[in-house]
Design a protein around this ligand. Structure first.
Ligand code: DQA
Length: 290
């Protein structure tokens, strides 16, 4: 495949010229910002010869790891095809705030191994180190890295303090540790936890998970019983999600028996205390076949 053909294949997998907002070279990678994620075919992109890995950065950003012999030529061909060549400065405008930054990595180990250039030969020292580190991170895995997002709604940060007879004595910190451990045990490559008391933050977080996270555990807390917007956000991103409640909402007040988000979730776990999060994580791992 020529550089031009690789660039054409990349452009087509990203939804064509009209979907490209910015593109440029960032260190040793081709960075591309798309307008819309829906036409993007990540699997097709990952299968293109020469692409060793894909960093998905932010909601609409990608960095393609192409290997030292290809990165300049393919990027040049891509800039010609799109008529766009963005400077580092322009690209940095699309950086999302650090607090919300998410990163997921897909590395095609099989292709890295079959590349005509061995990793240890022909790479700039830093670049080789970077790729080898990434490859080590996914050692033994043929499938892409999987990332879990755990979302907690209002007052969940008060665990251990708030109504311990209902929600137990474990702290929110302990819950985070439980989720991270359970995610690792279940085979997820990364686990990101967030909590907010604000409905809009929770919606932003679900939207930003698109193209980044593979599964969501969500305890929307009181917004469970009120928020159509959270339901719509979950429906929009179509990421497999499990609804969790620490207390048994089905046996509490009538208003707690209504759940708007349930319709967008593959399961609900309620009344199993904080251990319910572990069950949800295991269920999602099974669902994804990890
Ligand atoms: C909760 C149940 C909700 O009704 C309540 O508003 C919460 C926590 C639970 O985990 O049991 O804040 O979601």
């Amino acid at each position: 495949m020529s550089n031009r053909e690789i660039a054409e294949a990349i452009l087509s997998a990203l939804g064509g010229r009209s979907n490209i907002r910015a593109c440029g070279i960032c260190a040793t990678r081709l960075r591309i910002i798309v307008r819309d994620m829906s036409p993007v075919e990540l699997d097709t992109l990952a299968d293109i010869r020469g692409i060793l890995g894909i960093f998905k950065k932010g909601r609409c950003g990608f960095e393609l790891v192409l290997g030292p012999r290809l990165v300049a030529g393919v990027s040049e061909a891509f800039f010609e095809l799109t008529g766009i060549r963005s400077s580092m400065e322009e690209l940095s405008q699309f950086n999302i705030p650090a607090a919300q930054e998410s990163l997921s990595i897909r590395i095609n180990t099989a292709k890295a191994a079959e590349e005509e250039i061995p990793l240890s030969d022909g790479f700039e020292e830093d670049e080789g180190d970077e790729l080898e580190e990434l490859l080590r991170a996914v050692e033994g895995k043929d499938s892409p890295a999987t990332s879990l997002l755990v979302i907690n709604g209002p007052n969940i940060n008060m665990l251990g303090i708030r109504e311990p007879d209902l929600y137990g004595s474990e702290s929110y910190q302990k819950l985070l540790e439980l989720c991270e451990e359970a995610a690792q045990d279940a085979g997820f490559d990364s686990c990101v936890c967030m909590q907010s008391n604000h409905e809009g933050d929770l919606i932003d977080c679900i939207q930003q998970a698109y193209g980044i996270h593979d599964a969501i555990v969500i305890n929307p807390a009181a917004y469970t019983h009120t928020s159509v917007a959270l339901l719509d956000a979950l429906k929009a991103v179509r990421i497999p999600a499990v609804e969790v409640h620490i207390s048994d909402v089905g046996t509490r007040e009538k208003f707690r028996q209504v759940s708007y988000v349930r319709e967008a979730c593959i399961a609900t776990i309620s009344g199993h205390g904080v251990e319910g999060y572990r069950e949800a994580i295991e269920l999602l791992a099974d669902h994804l076949g990890i």
